[in-house]
Design a protein around this ligand. Structure first.
Ligand code: RUQ
Ligand code: CUA
Length: 865
C-alpha cells in the first residue's frame, strides 16, 4: 500500500511526462491501471484533481444555475459540488420560499403584482475592491424576468432581489464596477420602457434598449434602487457588457446585435429574425461614462421618470459626451476588459475574429471629438479601425474571454469549433488550442476577469454532454470541463456533469478569500442580519393567543422542540417563531408541520417564522427534518387543530397496566446509578482538559464551550427530577433523569472530541516514519481491535514495547508472522481472554518499522491517552 502511494507521488512530482511511468508503476497501482484501462496520463490527471478526504479545494466556483434560478457552488480542482444557493426559485432544503422571511425576499421579485417563482440566471459577479475580488457579495441576473439578486457570502444566502423597472428582459449583467459602487445590467430584447402596448410597427420610435446602473452599497451589501438610473439606448439588442477598470475606470462597454432594428414576422411572410438581425457586417459596441451619468442623474432636469425610476434620455447622454458607439464585427457576444483596463476584447460569434480595442485610442478620439458620423438616434460613432489595437483570427464562433497573470495572455471559447484557444491580445498571436466537448459557451478562469487573475485552471462550460456520461434520458446534463493551463500547452483534466439547468457563466475565487460564519448570533433573522422579533431563549418558550391569532415562541435544541403540543382552533392564524438554540457548528435543525406546505432550515442561532392559517382540522405531527442526533426521530410534537363548532366525544378510557411502586423505584435507582457513572467519565475528561490548559487552544476551547452548553443544562433537570421524587411522582422523576443522561451523552460526545484535539496539539511531534506508521496502523486495520489508551476487542497497545523483552523485535515478529507465536504463553493467555487471534495483516518490513515508530510515539505520550 505504501509502495503505491510513493509511486503516485513520484508521478506527480516530476519526470512524469517525459519518462515512461507505466513501467515505473508497480504493484497495486499497476494492477488498478490495467483493470480500469487507465494510461499514465490518466493517472497524472487524476492525481491533479484528487482531494483525499478532508483536503479542501484551492478555489471556489460560483456557477449560474441557468433555468433552475439557483446558483451552484463547487470546488476546484476537485470539481466537487458544495452547495446550491436558492436565488429566484423556492428551494426546500434551505427553507427558501417556505418560511416567512425568505418568502419576503422571494416576493421582492414580484413583477407588476405577479409572483415569479423561477429565473433564468446567466451571469454571476463577485464584488470587487480595486478591481480585485473581495469575497463579500455575489450578484446574478435573471434574463427572463429582468431582475438581479444579491447574495451575502457571509452565509451564502440571497438577501435581496430587485426588479428592473423599465426593461422587459436583460442579459448583460450583473457586472460590478471596480469598487462595487455600482452594478451594470444591460437589456436584451428591446421593448417599450413603459408598461403599455405599442405596435411593433413603431419599434424604432417606442421600443428601447439600455443599461441600468444600479447603485450598490458595499458596506451593507444592498442595491439602492432610488439612487439608481438607466441609460436609454437605441433598440439594438444590447448584450454582454463589462465595466471598465484601471485606465478605463468610470466607463462601461456593452455589445449589441440587431443594429438593423429588424422585427421579423414569419407569419406575415417576412424572413425570420435570424436572417434580418444579422444582415449588417457590423453592430455597435456601446461606450458610456457611467460615473459622469450617475452625477447627472441626481439633477431632475436630466432624467425622465418612468415607472418611478430615473431614465437618462439618449440626447442628454450625448449632449454630455457620455455615450458613444463603435462598430464591431456582426452579432458579437462577449466583451471583456483586460486586467489593466486598457484593452477591451470583443468576440465575433458570427465572425471568426476577436477584436482588441484600445481604450487609450478610444479616449483620444472622444477627447478630440473625432467622429465618423452619427447613428439614427444622434449618437456619435467612432472610427472602428482607429479604435482597434488589432484583430486576430481565432476560429469559428468565438464567444467569451478570460485572462491569466501572464502579460497579454487570454483564453477564448470557440462555440462552433468546440475549442478553447489561448492567444496573446497584445502580440495578436495564437498560442495553443484545446478541444472540449461540445459547444463551449462561457469559460471560467480563476479570478480570470478581475484585476488579479490567478491562472492555473480554466473551466469550459459546455452546452452539450452527449456521449460523455451515462444516458439519463433525452434531457442531458451540462458538462463543465477542468483544464490545466499551468503548462505551455493546455491539458484537459476532468469532466463534471451539472444537472441543474444551463449554467451560462461561472466565477471563481481563491477559497482563502471567503470567510463565512459557522453560526449566527443567537436569534438572528438571517435575511435582514438583525435580531429577529421572534427570538426566543431557553425558558422563554410560550404560546400566546390574541383573538384568533396564535403566536408560538418555540426553540429547537438536540433533541427536542419546545413546545411539543400546540392546540388551535380551525381557522386560527398561527405564527410560529422558532429559534435554534445550538452553539455547536453544523447543528442545523429543520422544521415542518405535516400537510401545511411549510419548511424551515434553522442554522445554529437562527430564528425563523412560519406563518399560516390552520384551515384544516386534524392532528398534524411536526418534526425536525435534519438527522441531528441519535434522538432525532424523537424531536417532534403535535399540532392539533379542532373545529370550535364541533362536539368531540371523549374516547373510552382503556385501563392500562402500570408498574408497581417498587418497580418504579428500582428503575429510578438504576437510572441515577448510570448517570453517576457517566458523570465520573465526564469529570475525568474535564480534569484532563483543565490539567492540560485547554483554554490556550482556540479550537479546543470552542468545543469545550459547546460541551458545557449541554452540561450546564443538567442542574435544572436535576432540580425537576428531585422535586418529582419529593412529590412521589416517580414516573416523571425517571423521565427527568433520562433527560440528564441525554445531556451527558451530548456533553461526552463533544468533550471527547475536545480531548482528542487537545492530545494532538500537546503531544510530541511525530517523526515522518511515526506519522506513516499511524496511517498504516489505521489503514491496515489494526485499529479495528486495538484502541490506543483503551482495552477494546484487543489489548491496549500503550506500553507494548516495554511489556516484552526485546520489545521491538517481539512486536515486529508478532505483526509479520502471528501464527508462529500463538503458542507463546503470553499470547495464548490473550487469545483466551479476548477470544480472538491476532490475524496476519500481510504487512511488509517497512510498514512494520513505521508502526513501531508510531508505537514509540504513543509511549512518549502515554500520559495523554
Ligand atoms: S451567455 S454562452 Cu453569457 Cu447568457 Cu454567452
Ligand atoms: Cu433536530 Cu433532528
Amino acid at each position: 500500500m505504501k509502495k503505491s502511494f510513493s509511486t503516485i507521488s513520484s508521478l506527480v512530482l516530476g519526470t512524469a511526462l517525459t519518462t515512461s511511468v507505466a513501467s515505473g508503476a508497480t504493484g497495486e497501482l499497476a494492477k488498478i491501471m490495467k483493470d480500469r484501462g487507465l494510461s499514465e496520463v490518466d493517472v497524472i490527471r487524476a492525481a491533479k484533481t484528487y482531494n483525499p478526504t478532508g483536503v479542501k479545494d484551492k478555489y471556489v466556483v460560483f456557477s449560474s444555475g441557468g433555468q433552475s434560478g439557483q446558483m451552484i457552488v463547487y470546488g476546484v480542482p476537485s470539481m466537487r459540488i458544495l452547495k446550491y444557493i436558492a436565488v429566484f426559485t423556492p428551494e426546500p432544503w434551505q427553507g427558501y420560499g417556505y418560511d416567512k422571511d425568505s418568502i419576503d425576499v422571494l416576493r421582492q421579485g414580484n413583477i407588476r403584482g405577479r409572483e415569479i417563482n423561477w429565473g433564468d440566471t446567466h451571469h454571476p459577479a463577485l464584488s470587487e475592491t480595486d478591481g480585485k475580488y473581495d469575497g463579500k457579495w455575489l450578484a446574478i441576473n435573471d434574463k427572463a424576468n429582468p431582475r438581479i439578486a444579491i447574495i451575502d457570502l457571509a452565509d451564502f444566502e440571497t438577501k435581496q432581489i430587485v426588479v428592473n423597472p423599465v426593461f422587459k428582459s436583460d442579459h448583460g449583467g450583473a457586472f460590478f464596477t471596480p469598487n462595487s459602487e455600482h452594478i451594470l445590467e444591460a437589456a436584451q430584447y428591446a421593448a417599450p420602457f413603459d408598461n403599455n402596448y405599442h405596435p411593433i410597427e413603431e419599434y424604432k420610435e417606442t421600443y428601447r434598449g439600455g443599461v441600468t446602473v444600479w447603485k450598490f452599497d458595499p458596506k451593507i451589501g444592498r442595491v439602492v434602487p432610488n439612487d439608481s438610473y438607466t441609460i436609454e439606448m437605441p433598440p439594438y439588442m444590447q448584450d454582454l457588457s463589462d465595466s471598465g477598470k484601471g485606465l478605463s475606470n468610470g466607463w462601461g462597454f456593452t455589445n449589441s446585435f440587431n443594429s438593423e432594428m429588424y422585427t421579423g414576422g414569419i407569419e406575415v411572410g417576412m424572413p425570420p429574425n435570424e436572417a434580418g438581425m444579422s444582415r449588417n457586417d457590423t453592430d455597435y459596441l456601446h461606450v458610456y461614462n457611467w460615473e459622469k451619468l450617475y452625477k447627472l442623474s441626481k439633477d431632475p432636469k436630466n432624467v425622465k421618470i418612468i415607472n418611478d425610476h430615473k431614465v437618462i434620455p439618449m440626447d442628454v447622454a450625448v449632449k454630455n459626451n457620455a455615450l458613444f458607439l463603435i462598430p464591431e464585427p456582426k452579432s458579437p457576444h462577449g466583451v471583456d476588459v483586460d486586467p489593466t483596463g486598457q484593452y477591451i476584447v470583443v468576440c465575433g460569434k458570427l465572425d471568426t475574429h476577436a477584436s482588441v480595442y484600445d481604450f487609450k485610442k478610444i479616449k483620444k478620439l472622444i477627447d478630440n471629438k473625432e467622429f465618423v458620423g452619427k447613428d439614427p438616434f444622434g449618437i456619435p460613432i467612432l472610427d472602428m479601425k482607429k479604435s482597434l489595437h488589432g484583430q486576430v483570427e481565432l476560429g469559428l464562433g468565438p464567444l467569451h474571454n478570460q485572462y491569466s497573470p501572464v502579460d497579454g495572455e487570454i483564453y477564448t471559447s470557440l462555440y462552433v469549433d468546440s475549442q478553447v484557444v489561448k492567444w496573446n491580445f497584445k502580440t495578436l498571436k495564437v498560442l495553443d488550442k484545446e478541444n472540449v466537448h461540445y459547444n463551449i459557451g462561457h469559460l471560467a478562469g480563476m479570478e480570470g476577469k478581475s484585476a488579479d487573475p490567478q491562472g492555473e485552471y480554466i473551466i469550459a462550460l459546455n452546452k452539450l454532454a452527449i456521449d460523455r456520461f451515462q444516458n439519463v434520458g433525452p434531457l442531458h446534463p451540462q458538462n463543465h470541463q477542468l483544464i490545466d493551463i499551468s503548462g505551455k500547452t493546455m491539458d484537459l483534466l476532468v469532466d463534471m456533469p451539472l444537472p441543474l439547468g444551463e449554467p451560462h457563466q461561472a466565477v471563481a475565487i481563491r477559497a482563502s478569500k471567503l470567510h463565512p460564519h459557522v453560526r449566527y448570533e443567537m436569534g438572528t433573522n438571517t435575511k435582514t442580519g438583525k435580531q429577529h422579533i421572534g427570538k426566543t431563549l431557553a425558558g422563554q418558550e410560550r404560546i400566546e393567543r390574541d383573538g384568533n391569532h396564535v403566536k408560538v415562541y418555540g426553540t429547537l435544541v438536540r433533541s427536542h422542540i419546545n413546545p411539543e403540543r400546540i392546540t388551535v382552533n380551525k381557522g386560527d392564524r398561527v405564527t410560529m417563531y422558532l429559534t435554534n438554540l445550538e452553539r455547536a457548528e453544523d447543528e442545523t435543525h429543520g422544521f415542518t408541520v405535516d400537510h401545511y406546505n411549510l419548511h424551515g432550515s434553522l442554522e445554529p442561532g437562527e430564528t425563523i417564522e412560519l406563518d399560516f392559517t390552520a384551515d384544516i382540522e386534524g392532528v398534524f405531527p411536526y418534526y425536525c427534518t435534519e438527522f441531528c442526533s441519535a434522538l432525532h426521530l424523537e424531536m417532534m410534537g403535535y399540532l392539533m387543530v379542532k373545529d370550535p363548532n364541533k362536539k368531540y366525544e371523549s374516547a373510552q378510557k382503556i385501563k392500562m397496566k402500570s408498574m408497581t411502586p417498587e418497580e418504579l423505584k428500582a428503575e429510578y435507582d438504576k437510572t441515577v446509578a448510570v448517570n453517576n457513572a457517566t458523570d465520573a467519565v465526564i469529570q475525568s475528561v474535564v480534569k484532563f482538559l483543565k490539567d492540560n490548559k485547554y483554554q490556550d487552544h482556540k479550537v479546543v476551547a470552542n468545543l469545550v464551550t459547546d460541551a458545557f452548553d449541554q452540561y450546564n443544562q443538567i442542574p435544572a433537570q436535576k432540580k425537576k427530577a428531585d422535586e418529582a421524587v419529593k412529590a412521589g411522582e416517580m414516573e416523571k422523576a425517571i423521565l427527568f433523569e433520562n433527560m440528564i443522561w441525554q445531556l451527558m451523552v451530548k456533553t461526552a460526545d463533544v468533550g471527547i472530541r475536545a480531548k482528542d484535539a487537545l492530545v494532538r496539539i500537546i503531544a510530541t511531534t511525530q517523526s515522518t516514519a511515526a506519522a506513516r506508521g499511524e496511517k498504516t496502523f489505521a489503514e491496515g486495520g489494526c485499529n479495528g481491535c486495538h484502541v490506543i489508551g483503551k482495552v477494546s476487542s484487543g489489548p491496549d497497545l500503550t506500553g507494548v514495547l516495554q511489556r516484552h523483552e526485546n520489545g521491538v523485535d517481539w512486536v515486529s515478529r508478532f505483526i509479520l508472522d502471528p501464527q508462529s507465536m500463538y503458542t507463546d504463553p503470553y499470547v495464548k493467555g490473550m487469545i483466551d481472554y479476548f477470544n480472538l487471534k491476532m490475524p496476519n495483516q500481510h504487512m511488509n518490513k517497512e510498514e512494520v518499522k513505521d508502526i513501531i515508530e508510531y508505537l514509540k510515539w504513543v509511549d512518549e505520550n502515554a500520559n495523554l491517552f
